[in-house]
Design a protein around this ligand. Structure first.
Ligand code: FES
Length: 283
C-alpha cells in the first residue's frame, strides 16, 4: 500500500479501465487498494479522465462502505451496530475493541495500523454480534474473542514489518499478454495480496499462488507438484500461456515472464524447486 500520492498511479489506473463496463467502480476500487482511501486529488484526476462529474464520483464513493475518503489503517475493524447485533451485545463488543485498540469508533490510530468503525446491518443478524476484520466475518463475537482478533492483527502487522526490515519488497505483477493484474486480494500472505496464476503439469490443472514479495519463495497450489516437475503457467484472466523465449541459466527450463507495474519484467524458472528468478526493470 502506498502512502505517498502519485498522479501517475491514477493515470495508469484510469487507462487500465478505459472503456470497460462499470469502470468507475473498478477505478475507485484500484485507488482504494493502492492508498487504502480515495485521496481528493485522485478523484479530481478520475473526473478529468473519465468525464464523470466530481459530484457523481463522490456519490459513488460515499454510497459504498468499502470506500473511504479518509486515510484508513492497515487493518479495518467494523463492528455491526444493527438492531439484532445491538440486542445481542454489540455495544459491549465495540467497547472492548475501543479498549484493546485504544481507539474510538470512527477513528484511525496515529500509526495508521487500525481503523475502527461501526456499520449498519451486515445481513448476518442470526450470527450477531458480528464484526468484520479486514474483510473476514467474525460471528457471535465475545469480549474474549476481541482480544484474540486484535492480537492476530498485531501479529500479522509484525510479520509484515519484519518482511520490510529484511529487505524484501512487494512487486505488483500483470499478465504480459492481457496486462491484467495477477494479484489477488482474496488471498493475502503476511498482509500482502498473492500472485495468482493457473498451473498445469501431467494431467493436473489448477490454481497456484505465490508470495508477491521479491525473494520470498512461498507457494500454495491446488495440486502439489513434485520437485523437478516442469510446470506450464497460464494467465487466469485471458488464459494465455505464460512462457518466455529465455531459458533458465541454471537448469535450462523455460522462464515464465510477468510484467511489473511501474516497468520491467520478472522472469522465474518453470521447474519446481529451481529458485532462479530475475528482475529486469528495463531502461
Ligand atoms: S444487525 Fe448485525 S448483522 Fe444484522
Amino acid at each position: 500500500m502506498k502512502t505517498v500520492f502519485n498522479p501517475e498511479d491514477i493515470s495508469q489506473i484510469t487507462t487500465k479501465h478505459r472503456g470497460s463496463h462499470g469502470s468507475l467502480i473498478s477505478i475507485l476500487e484500484d485507488i482504494q487498494a493502492t492508498y487504502n482511501y480515495l485521496p481528493r486529488q485522485a478523484l479530481e484526476i478520475v473526473s478529468e479522465a473519465t468525464g464523470h462529474s466530481l459530484v457523481d464520483i463522490y456519490g459513488v464513493a460515499t454510497f459504498y462502505q468499502s470506500f473511504s475518503l479518509e486515510p484508513r489503517g492497515d487493518h479495518v475493524v467494523s463492528v455491526c451496530a444493527g438492531t439484532a447485533c445491538h440486542v445481542r451485545g454489540a455495544p459491549t463488543i465495540l467497547n472492548e475493541f475501543e479498549r484493546k485498540l485504544d481507539l474510538k469508533a470512527g477513528k484511525t490510530s496515529a500509526d495508521r495500523m487500525f481503523t475502527l468503525t461501526t456499520v449498519n446491518c451486515l445481513g448476518a443478524c442470526a450470527l450477531g454480534p458480528v464484526a468484520v476484520v479486514d474483510g473476514e466475518y467474525h460471528r457471535n463475537v465475545t469480549t474474549r474473542a476481541v482480544g484474540q482478533i486484535v492480537e492476530d492483527c498485531r501479529r500479522t502487522a509484525e510479520d509484515s514489518r519484519s518482511i520490510k526490515d529484511s529487505g524484501l519488497f512487494k512487486v505488483e505483477v500483470a499478465c504480459p499478454v492481457c496486462n491484467r493484474d495477477l494479484l489477488t486480494h482474496d488471498h493475502m500472505l503476511d498482509g500482502y495480496p498473492m500472485v495468482h496464476v493457473t498451473a498445469s503439469f501431467g494431467r493436473k490443472h489448477g490454481w497456484m499462488r505465490f508470495s508477491s514479495m521479491w525473494g520470498d519463495y512461498r507457494v500454495e497450489s491446488e495440486h502439489e507438484a513434485p520437485d523437478n516437475t516442469i510446470i506450464d503457467f497460464f494467465c487466469p484472466k485471458c488464459h494465455a500461456e505464460l512462457r518466455s523465449t529465455k531459458l533458465c541459466p541454471r537448469c535450462d527450463a523455460s522462464m515464465i515472464p510477468l510484467f511489473v507495474r511501474g516497468g520491467g519484467v520478472i522472469q522465474f524458472c518453470s521447474r519446481r524447486g529451481c529458485k532462479e528468478h530475475m528482475l529486469d526493470l528495463g531502461d
